[in-house]
Design a protein around this ligand. Structure first.
Ligand code: NOJ
Ligand code: CA
Length: 530
């Protein structure tokens, strides 16, 4: 197989609402993104991934789509969107969109027709609507639970019926699940794909790609012992991706399909990555991996095995809009030992250098290049529907803490993100992370990110898919990357002590130790030519 433009792509995720606000309503938009395109260009990434761009009541911040053929007016117009794609393409940056096929917004006309055309109307068949159980149908049809907490059913108008009816929503009630057993739904999504591909979009990140179909008869999960076998990952979904793959394959240059896929077993994941289906699946394991050399070795090994079994190159990611920012995941442990944050800084740098040296695709999340931590959002300012569906005893606060807007300019109110109230408040000290401060500081995290991304562009060994000797011993992770004329060992110290190493041919290291210092600091990584 020849080289594809997506094989070693570095992709930068843009969370619309938090990137840059140009029209001063406190929420990011297309004009804001276009105004900051140089930031992305200077980072040196190959592509961007845009969180949902479609018109949406924003009940789940865009993952509740009310029209798949337009752009959310708060973000801008379709015309501006087209111009934005051109802007990125002119700079050689590809554009990946989010597509949300499992559910629509309850405001979408498909659901509105189902709701208003009277019981039993044909539009109801596009959703999953069932009679309730118990006297008068007072209880939901089965015991499925929503990912955001609580039952995954809400009452549906039942006029003139004997029993209360319910509609299924695996997420928030504002996100009714579509009935993928209906072929109208298939056709609609094929049209949606073509609509955006024709506009020049370079591919799609498929939301909840393991969703769509539900087990026949909607059996109680208690019978299965889990939520998976009944609600997710049904065999019919693969025919859909076979069709989608055929569609994207009609386009030149190559388009890309990457799934957000959760499956109960590894074998089930393989099914999505058959040659005639998706090009890639996210790997979420680094988002939940403790600071452990063996742990990282195992995760890397599992990803390489998956690639070996499927031919689909791996995807590495440390943060996204659903998870705790990785600065906060890996740094707080260090508070006692490292009052100046130095070790945390080294760890953070090493994690980027680690993924950048692995074969496959890299997904970065906006703000990680500034070393943004997870923000502490006061409960009264929280917006995430997942927060509002928690029971009182839950510690889970939802996902707002990783979505606080980008700080651009330390000298401006709201760090230059907006002149009005940002949609989520910026915590104290947020200005200190601003691009304006980091831009010209050679030691800033931003310049570190730029330099490593730039290095990967130039150095073939980093992009190379030839990797071996992935090992972990005494808290030291190591592997070797190769091209025809270069061999580089990547060494990373997960321990709390200095580790002696032979550094004669060190190309780069992630502490500010002198290059000739032959101790790898705690948390430090080195690239060493061998
Ligand atoms: C996964 C998305 O990443 C998340 O933000 C969203 O809430 C759910 N899918 C539902 O669409
Ligand atoms: Ca705005």
């Amino acid at each position: 197989m020849g080289h594809d433009r997506w094989d070693s792509a570095v992709v930068y995720q843009i969370y619309w609402r938090s990137f840059m606000d140009a029209n001063q309503d406190g929420i990011g938009d297309i004009a804001g993104l276009r105004a900051r395109i140089d930031h992305i260009h200077q980072l040196g990434v190959d592509a961007i991934w845009l969180n949902p761009t479609y018109p949406s009541p924003q009940g789940d911040h865009g993952y509740d789509v009310s029209d798949y053929f337009d752009v959310e007016p708060m973000f801008g117009s379709l015309e501006e969107f087209d111009r934005m794609i051109d802007d990125f393409h002119q700079r050689g940056i590809m554009v990946l969109m989010d597509i949300v096929p499992n559910h629509v917004s309850s405001q979408h006309e498909w659901f509105q027709s189902a709701l208003t055309e009277g019981a039993g109307n044909p539009s109801e068949e596009h959703f999953i609507i069932r009679d309730g159980t118990g006297p008068g149908g007072i209880n939901p049809p089965n015991d499925w639970v929503s990912i955001f907490g609580g039952p995954s059913w809400s009452p549906f108008p039942s006029s003139g019926r004997h029993l209360q009816r319910w509609y299924l929503h695996m997420f928030d009630p504002c996100q009714p699940d579509l009935n993928w057993h209906h072929t109208d739904v298939h056709e609609r999504f094929e049209n949606i794909l073509r609509f955006w591909l024709d506009r020049g979009v370079d591919g799609f990140r498929i939301d909840v790609a393991h969703g769509l179909f539900k087990a026949p008869g909607l059996p109680n999960r208690s019978g299965f012992g889990d939520n998976w076998s009944a609600c997710w990952d049904q065999p019919e979904v693969h025919d859909i991706y076979r069709k989608w793959r055929k569609i994207v394959d009609e386009y030149e240059p190559s388009r890309f399909l990457i799934g957000e896929i959760h499956t109960a077993t590894r074998e089930r994941l393989l099914e999505y990555l058959r040659a005639d289906q998706l090009h890639a699946a996210f790997d979420f394991s680094f988002l939940h991996q403790d600071w452990s050399s063996d742990g990282f070795r195992d995760r890397i090994g599992a990803n390489l095995d998956l690639w070996n079994d499927t031919g689909c190159l791996p995807v590495w990611t440390l943060s996204n809009h659903d998870e705790i920012r990785h600065w906060s995941r890996y740094a707080p442990l260090l508070a006692d030992r490292s009052p100046d944050g130095q070790v945390a800084n080294i760890r953070y740098r090493s994690l980027l250098a680690l993924i950048m040296a692995l074969p496959g695709r890299i997904f970065l999340y906006n703000g990680e290049e500034l070393a943004l931590p997870q923000a502490d959002v006061p409960d009264e300012d929280r917006q995430d529907p997942a927060f509002f569906r928690q029971t009182p005893d839950s510690d889970y606060k939802g996902r707002d803490g990783c979505r606080v807007p980008m700080p651009w300019d330390a000298n401006l109110p709201n760090a230059g993100f907006t002149n009005s109230e940002p949609w989520l408040p910026m915590p104290e000290g947020w200005h200190d992370y601003s691009v304006s401060i980091q831009h010209d500081d050679p030691n800033s995290m931003l310049n570190y990110y730029r330099s490593v991304i730039q290095r990967r562009r130039i150095e073939d060994w980093m992009k190379s898919d030839s990797i071996d000797e992935v090992e972990s011993s005494s808290d030291i992770l190591s592997f070797v990357k190769k091209t025809e004329n270069k061999r580089v060992r990547v060494l990373m110290n997960f321990s709390d002590s200095d580790f002696p190493f032979d550094n004669d041919n060190t190309i780069m290291r992630t502490s500010d130790s002198d290059i000739s210092d032959s101790f790898l600091r705690p948390g430090e990584l080195a690239y060493i030519e061998i």
